[in-house]
Design a protein around this ligand. Structure first.
Ligand SMILES: [Ca+2]
Length: 286
């Protein structure tokens, strides 16, 4: 057995200009947040391994409602948190088929991932991605492209919207399937400093976290500038929950100390959740 094991976690930006012609990474854990995915195409390896992703930093889909232009009864299976169940078109892909998600409240989003790793050739032949605040007026597509076997990553310019609709624009013998649809609001916090980072967990709900990077063995301080209680969670970059806690003071602006215990050096995902929303940023422990 020959096992190579590594972590690739770019702190700066890779493929920033799109001028590079190739990018290869061989790794057991790959943190994609430093890679400009719009300039990449997914590498399909020669071992037939499935593409996998960590949805730990995706927006919570609790309460969301999915509908489909066909097979509507199974639409909820595209957002049920189970990557083995799916919504599908119950037939060949035909232009005009669509899949829509109502997130129930406006969310800021800048990336959508369509996971069909369990039916890897069922990505859309082509797609238009629309967003809307009322489910009626859609405007022009915010992204247009072709699906990628296994997983289609759709980065978009950050936008606030309540509804998402993916329209299939091509023709293909395969079914169109969505095993899981994830929505992300990935923050570019590569310019971290000792001044900390700003976290906006929902409209107007603002936290400052400092320092970042933080030295191992120390604490981070959370300056809550709102009156909402919050939950803080720290994940490692493979998506495992490392620790979590809740704000102690449930009203009024406060600064609370959150000890990191024996968190080792590395890159982590720091998630804040309030009743108004959730947001994830990168925390660097040095
Ligand atoms: Ca599913």
């Amino acid at each position: 057995m020959n096992l190579e094991n590594s972590i690739v976690s770019p702190i700066g930006k890779l493929l920033n200009t799109g001028a590079e012609t190739k990018f290869g990474a061989r790794s057991s854990i790959l943190d994609p947040s430093g890679i400009i995915k719009a300039n990449c195409s997914l590498w399909v390896n020669n071992l037939s391994n499935s593409v996998t992703l960590s949805p730990a930093s995706a927006l919570s889909r609790t309460g969301w409602i999915a509908t489909g232009s066909v097979n509507n009864g199974n639409a909820s299976k595209g957002i049920d948190g189970n990557a083995t169940t799916r919504w599908d078109s119950q037939g060949s892909q035909v232009a005009g088929q669509w899949y829509m998600v109502d997130m129930r409240t406006a969310q800021t989003l800048n990336e959508i991932i369509l996971d069909v790793a369990a039916s890897p050739t069922d990505s859309p032949a082509g797609y238009n991605l629309y967003v809307s605040n009322d489910g009626i007026t859609w405007g022009s597509p915010v992204a247009t492209g072709v699906g990628t076997d296994g997983m289609t990553i759709i980065p978009i310019t950050a936008i606030s919207a309540r509804y998402i609709k993916i329209e299939q624009t091509g023709a293909k013998g395969n079914y169109w399937s969505i095993h899981e649809l994830y929505v992300f609001n990935i923050i570019d916090d590569s310019n971290t400093s000792n001044d900390g980072i700003e976290v906006n967990a929902g409209d107007g709900f603002n936290f400052q976290v400092f320092p970042n990077p933080v030295s191992t063995g120390n604490s981070i301080f959370v300056n809550s500038k709102t009156t909402l209680p919050y939950t803080i969670r720290i994940f490692n970059i493979s998506g495992q929950l490392i620790s979590s806690g809740k704000s102690l003071n449930e009203s009024g602006s406060t600064i609370e100390n959150y000890p990191l215990g024996n968190l080792k050096q590395g890159v982590y995902l720091l998630n804040f959740e309030t009743s108004k929303g959730s947001e994830t940023k990168r925390l660097i422990v040095k």
